[in-house]
Each structure stands twice: as C-alpha cells, then as structure tokens.
Design a protein around this ligand. Structure first.
Ligand SMILES: C[S@@+](CC[C@H](N)C(=O)[O-])C[C@H]1O[C@@H](n2cnc3c(N)ncnc32)[C@H](O)[C@@H]1O
Length: 352
C-alpha cells in the first residue's frame, strides 16, 4: 500500500521502525526499543504512522503522539508501562499487545496528532555548550549580545542565563540561585572558558516555522511528549525549564528563518552584536537551504559584523561539533570550538 501523504509503502514504514529500534532506541530506551520492533510487524499501527507530515521522522512522531495522549490522561492499561506517566511502571516485556490495543482504541486521536505534529524537541542541555561561545563572542565584539535563535522551538535556549552550570572540571556559573542546574562532563585536555559572570544580553529573539508558546499548556505537553518516557532525568530537566520559561515573555517569530532573518538582523541596534545560533535545526533544511542560510549571513555581514554559533550533527560526522562562524569586516572565518554530546552531557573543548 502507498500512503498518499508520505508516498511511502508499508514495507518502508516497517523498516523505519525497525531501524529506530535497532539504531536509536537501543541502549537509551528499552521501552521504545520493544515497542518499535512490535510496530515494525504491525500493519494497523504502521498505517497510522503513515499520516505524518512529509519530511518528519515518522517513528518519533507516532511515539510522541501516543505519549502525548497518555500524558494528557488517556485512560488505558498502556499508561502503567510508561515510567513518566505511572509512578511504579510495570516491566515492559509484554507491552506490545497493550500498545497495539491503545492504538486501535485511540486511532482517531492518534491520527489527529500524527497528521499535524513536528519534531521540535527543545534541549536545554545544549546551553552548556553555548555558554563558553556566547562569552567569547561578547568579549571579541566588546558589546552586549543581540541573540537570534534560528529554529528556537519554545525558546528554552534563549533563556540560557537563567540556568546554572556545573562542569566536571570544577567550573560553575550561576548555581546558587538557579532552579535548573545543567551539568556537563569536560573531556580532553582543555577547559571550556567559563566566565565569572554571564555576558550581558541586549535582546533575544527566536525564529521558528512553528514557535511553541509555553504559556499554552498544550505546547508544554507536546514538548514533554517528545522526551522518551523512560528518561526521567531529562523529563525533569525539561519541566524545570518550562517552569522558568512560563515566568518570561519571549519574542518568538513564526516563519521560515531564511525569510525572517534579514528583517530581524536589520532591527538590531548598533550598540549590540548580532549573535545568531542554531542547534539541531539545519538537518531539517534542504541541502540547498543549508547553503543558502550561510550565504544569507555572508550577505547580511556586508552591513555589520555578526557571529553565528551552530551545533549540528549532519551527515557522516563522527562527533557533533560546536562551530563559530565569525563574519568580521565582511570576511568569514569558521572555527570548530568543541566536540560534544548531542544533549550537552559532555564537551571536549578544542579551540584553545
Ligand atoms: C529539533 S528542534 C531544535 C530546537 C532547539 N534548537 C534545540 O536545540 O533545542 C528544530 C526546530 O527547528 C525548527 N525549524 C525547522 N526548519 C525551520 C526553518 N526553515 N525556519 C525556522 N525554524 C525551522 C523546527 O520547527 C523545530 O522547532
């Protein structure tokens, strides 16, 4: 069978879930590993997953849609298998028939979610990677930062100076009065340059094709649903960050970054330095738009100096890189500042 929406066959869908179990869930989520092997052989559930928007990672969308309904209070025995839904979660060896039953019983609700949702996981752990580079930019430009986050999701990483930081080499920042402290292991010979105080932020703007305003509890629930149900530490960190964000009012602009960025940059006053940043976003751009994004920055840098920090894992790179592209005097220079864990659990600073 071919699905109109995704132009994808049942066999291709099955392979996606099989690969998800084999390559992504293994070692990280025993629950999702078990469930995805089950889905790979279950035409009813594969059919439901085929309604995902074109270009979205189908297993993530289906799993998060089910998780969302459970977090929202759907009454079904499946809830007892999800550690972040039921306090004393059951062992999950026999979870699959229960998962299948949930999908049939809540077929319409799942379809409604799958057909509109985007993967917008917002990971605050990445702020431990951004902090030393934000500080370098502020020192280099000798100006407050005008932060512009591309692919901001709910904007949690724009609030990086509201969090505390504890690095395994003993460096800390802001931990005494933070309700969320991010921890990162320092690997390698060098210490990431952590300042004694946060650099000054003049402004913060997030751009996203679908910004998630966390004052709407539905959006907070979707972000929680994207975190795997057996990663309780990550769920707690996210909830802490959501609580902080709900006390702030962020400027989040809806639209394609390639269209919005020029206008946002034009509005940055000259007494601050534009610092664009993006993490786990460019993988959602087409290869042409990825190239266009940096061309656009180069064009905009003809007017003024600007900086762009990128944390991306695209293609066959062995490690995720934290990169700084500096556009100074119209000339671009790229430096790999660090290698890192995808969620900031470790950082290997290499930039000297
Ligand atoms: C995986 S999330 C990452 C969120 C955040 N940067 C982080 O690291 O936690 C990717 C985000 O990029 C957004 N996005 C994808 N393509 C975009 C585009 N062309 N313009 C603006 N945002 C985009 C998605 O909507 C999504 O919220």
């Amino acid at each position: 069978m071919n699905y109109h929406e995704n132009d994808i066959t049942t066999e291709q869908l099955s392979r996606k879930f099989y690969h998800f179990a084999e390559l992504q869930a293994i070692g990280h989520s025993p629950l999702y590993e078990k469930i995805c092997y089950g889905i790979a052989a279950d035409n009813d559930v594969l059919h439901l997953s085929g309604y995902a928007l074109v270009g979205q990672p189908i297993p993530n969308i289906l799993l998060a849609s089910v998780h969302y309904l459970l977090l929202k209070g759907a009454q079904h025995p499946l809830a007892a298998y999800y550690p972040d839904v039921s306090e004393a979660a059951r062992p999950f060896d026999d979870v699959y028939p229960v998962f299948h039953d949930f999908c049939l019983q809540f077929r319409d609700e799942i379809k409604q979610q799958v057909a509109v949702r985007l993967t917008q996981t917002n990971e605050t752990g990445r702020c431990a990677l951004l902090l030393p580079v934000f500080n370098m930019v502020a020192e280099r430009a000798k100006k407050p930062l005008a932060l512009i986050e591309v692919g901001t999701s709910a904007g949690l990483n724009l609030l990086w100076d509201q969090y505390g930081y504890r690095y395994s080499d003993g460096q800390t920042l802001g931990i005494s009065d933070a309700s969320l402290v991010l921890q990162s292991e320092v690997r390698g010979d060098q210490h990431p340059p952590i300042p004694a105080s946060f650099p000054v932020v003049a402004s913060r703007v997030g751009i996203d094709i679908n910004p998630l305003d966390l004052h709407d509890p539905e959006n907070a629930l979707w972000l929680r649903a994207l975190v795997w149900p057996d990663d309780l530490a990550r769920a707690k960190q996210l909830q802490n960050a959501i609580n902080i964000a709900q006390k702030h009012s962020l400027e989040l602009i809806k639209g394609d970054a390639l269209e919005i960025l020029p206008r946002v940059l034009e509005n940055v006053p000259t007494d601050s330095v534009p610092c664009v940043f993006h993490s786990y976003v460019l993988n959602q751009f087409s290869p042409e738009n990825r190239e266009r994004f940096y061309e656009l920055l180069q064009e905009l840098a003809a007017q003024r100096d600007l900086y762009c920090i990128g944390i991306e894992h695209i293609g066959a790179h062995v490690k995720t890189e934290v990169k700084l592209a500096a556009f100074e005097g119209g000339v671009r220079s790229d430096t790999v500042m660090a290698y890192c864990h995808d969620h900031g659990k470790w950082i290997e600073w290499i930039a000297g």
